[in-house]
Ligand binder design. Sequence first.
Ligand SMILES: CSC[C@H]1O[C@H](OP(=O)(O)O)[C@H](O)[C@@H]1O
Length: 355
Amino acid sequence: MSTLIDKVLVSLRWNADHLELLDQRLLPEEILYLNLTQVAEVWEAIRQLKVRGAPAIGIAAAYGVHFAAQRFIESNPSTSIQDVIAEVKQQAEYLATSRPTAVNLFWALDRMKRRTETLCSTNPSELSAGLLVEAQQIQSEDEETNRMIGEHALTLFESGMGVLTHCNAGGLATAKYGTALAPFYLALEKGIDLKVFADETRPILQGARLTAFELQQAGVDVTLICDNMAGMVMAKGWIQAVIVGTDRVAANGDVANKIGTYSVAVLAKAHNIPFYVACPLSTIDLNTPTGEQIPIEERHADEITQGFGKRTAPQGIKVYNPAFDITPHEYVTAIITEKGIVRPSYLENLPKLFN
Ligand SMILES: CSC[C@H]1O[C@H](OP(=O)(O)O)[C@H](O)[C@@H]1O
């Protein structure tokens, strides 16, 4: 039975022998699915944000690992299983260089490398097929994980609430549903009236181009605002909660997310508005002690000076363009995962999520 979530475009889908990947750079004007079969194509798609969003990046990279094995076998028909495993590991390291912040990329690559080890006694074709199955499982598990995140998050909201979100942590950032946006889809299915306020999210406008687009497609009540309007809508009393996604949660609960998230968190605290972070366990990185150790990607100046299809700043101007910032755990009301909601004392509870 088709539900409203099926109205939301999927970021990527496997088709026979290739990956159909939605080029999100073209949204909302153009819907174009690219057909990928090569590791280098996956690397480029992640680097250029054709596919973006922590879980979606991990899923794409997982398919890239399968492509590494399959293309190597096709080029070396009499190769040994050892040589295929060596190629897979080398290409996984290459895919790990595509973007530095979202831990799901490394989580997915590590899972594919572990699967490779368990397939070491098979033959090259069986190894390649096994890697494809693993990538497909990562994708299908992510969809169910996000729906569970949505169910838990929805317990925090009630009809009539205004909820602000930043960037895009929706179906387009994941296999389906999204993390931060998942409760909005479930609320609509259940007749719970939520009013979503979406920050446009400069400089590349994931909020305007993606969140506003996918929520509107599904029929969710969404209002687009500029990033610098978040304080005003909070001051007007239009916002009763904030929910965002994340690219990496450090062991102490510090949160890396799209640039501008920290500012929203400070505003929320100033207005005594709960600030929720929604993420799968695969985004919690207990190996990174604090936000200080989370690598922050810096992107090209053109994203700021060449926005909207025209030069928007003087030639040669100095530019600082960090794609993420760190929200200290003190500003986080709760983290919402597929295993449930962990609150301020969550610092000691984070590891318990993995038991
Ligand atoms: C559910 S992960 C979404 C997360 O990823 C986005 O970053 P980008 O669009 O650069 O990949 C942003 O930080 C979102 O919150």
